[in-house]
Ligand binder design. Structure first.
Ligand code: ZN
Length: 478
């Protein structure tokens, strides 16, 4: 059965620097509860909002990514409802009616489906810029059972993009691919760090053939997007196959149990009493467009195609594209004369792997050595001065621990020098050699140890030493 899936994606502008209408920090997670607040984001009487330039620019850059029509002015709207984490009793958002004007309406977004390497497209209904509410915390049990509720306003007023797509997605996997690609694109323009807890939330709607539309709320990760929709797909298919009728409803995704459940009645649009916000004049977009355009120069698609255009496999290119600092280092290192395929291996596989092994964040640019370092490593391997293994075994782990280390100091002894050392160690350790020939593998360890001791301060890859000793001994045996 064919599915029709549409998404509503909320993305915090975690990198905007400030909240949407005050100077408090947009990255609220590092503060003790209720300390990243001011009269504006607490909704105190008389406090007036001032729109954040950087948030509006980022929203306009996002609108450009989505190929939307951008209006001359954007108009903020009040959306009224009562909730303890919403101190003003209204949220400042955008609305296409009641005199409001969203950042943009009617766009098309192309995203990569890495299952098939096809670029798919989805129509965008609109993009809103709005404020996130505070957080309600239920310390004992759930929203229904906890006898007390704590409210933390640190998040109150953080800029939030609401991106609504048309129901163009054909499968749960496509929905996941779209969200992943969209988040990556927004990360590239410096809008969001999608790995921060709660940086995005997804609501999805799905209908099957003739069935009614069901909305699934509260999806917090890209893998959950796929899981929640796959669950809902199976549930609806089963109902339809048994001659039943799918009810139009809103359901809640329970990530722990991996099921969707019916949710309380949700307010209808007209119950929110939308009205233009009298405290905020319309924001003219024209003076901000150049700044927004400068933001979208770097895009995952361009990077991906730049890399594959240099003979690198799609898999390797995508793996690099997904990690922005890796992509930047890679492109510069290639421009400096490094071999693209070799660098794809060193940067996209080996160095990334080493960082993960020692639990360092691959997305943090501070954990990446300069492009010069990678260009040089590539040249050393190309010229045959070092085998790749010697670099991955010794140099990359050291760089991962200290990306600023100088290559001169950490480059291992060259293979040619090591072979001479190996020969002299073999000549001087007749007993160990005899032991080895009589089948004692341990003797090899001893010889490896001797060579490494002689190399002294400079590093050498034990695997290389072992290989050379074996070669020399096998020659001797003959
Ligand atoms: Zn504030």
């Amino acid at each position: 059965m064919k599915a029709r899936i549409g998404l509503e994606i909320h993305v915090q502008l975690t990198q905007a620097g400030t909240k949407l209408f005050c100077g408090c920090d947009s990255e609220y997670r590092k503060y003790p509860p209720n300390t990243n607040v001011c009269p504006v984001c607490l909704g105190l009487p008389g406090a007036l909002p001032v729109p954040s330039r950087s948030a509006v620019v980022l929203a306009l850059a996002a609108a450009m990514l989505l190929n939307c029509r951008i209006p001359k002015a954007i108009v903020f709207t009040r959306k009224h409802y009562f909730y303890p984490d919403l101190p003003k009793n209204y949220q400042i958002t955008q609305y296409e009616r009641a005199g409001g004007a969203p950042v943009c309406m009617g766009g098309v977004f192309e995203y990569l489906d890495p299952d098939s390497w096809v670029w798919r497209s989805v129509r965008i209904r609109r993009l809103n810029l709005e404020e996130d509410p505070g957080r309600s915390i239920y310390p004992e049990g759930s929203i229904l059972s906890s006898p007390i509720v704590l409210v933390d306003y640190n998040r109150s007023g953080v800029p939030l993009l609401e991106i609504v797509t048309e129901p163009d997605l054909g499968s749960p996997r496509e929905a996941r691919a779209l969200v992943e690609y969209l988040l990556l694109s927004l990360e590239y323009i410096g809008a969001v760090n999608p790995r921060l807890e709660g940086a995005f939330r997804v609501d999805a709607n799905i209908s099957l053939e003739s069935g009614e539309r069901v909305e699934v709320k509260n999806i917090g990760s890209t893998i959950e997007v796929e899981r929640a929709l796959a669950y809902e797909y199976r549930r609806q298919k089963l109902i339809l196959e048994h001659g039943g009728k799918v009810e139009r409803e809103t359901r809640h995704w329970d990530a722990a149990r991996r099921v969707t459940k019916p949710l309380r009645h949700k307010e209808e649009e007209e119950e929110y009493l939308y009205m233009p916000n009298p405290d905020l004049p319309p924001v003219l977009t024209r003076p901000l467009l150049d700044e927004a355009r400068a933001r979208i120069k770097e895009q995952p698609r361009r990077v991906f195609e730049w890399i594959t255009g240099r003979g690198v496999s799609r898999e390797a290119a995508w793996s690099i594209t997904q990690v922005l600092p890796a992509a930047r280092v890679f492109m510069k290192a290639v421009e400096m004369g490094g071999d693209p395929r070799l660098l794809a291996r060193i940067i996209g596989v080996d160095y990334k792997g080493v960082l993960k092994e020692i639990d360092k964040d691959v997305y943090d640019p501070k954990n990446w050595p300069s492009p010069q370092v990678f260009a040089r490593l590539s040249q050393l391997v190309e010229r045959g001065e070092y085998p790749l293994e010697a670099l991955t075994g010794i140099v990359l782990p050291r760089l991962a621990r200290d990306p600023k280390s100088s290559l001169q100091e950490i480059l291992p002894e060259r293979a040619s020098g090591v072979r001479e050392l190996v020969r002299s160690v073999i000549a001087e350790n007749e007993k160990a050699v005899k032991d080895y020939f009589s089948g004692r593998e341990k003797a090899l360890d001893y010889l490896v140890g001797q060579v490494i001791r002689r190399v002294g301060k400079r590093a050498v890859d034990p695997r290389l030493v072992r290989k050379l000793i074996k070669e020399e001994l096998e020659n001797k045996r003959r």
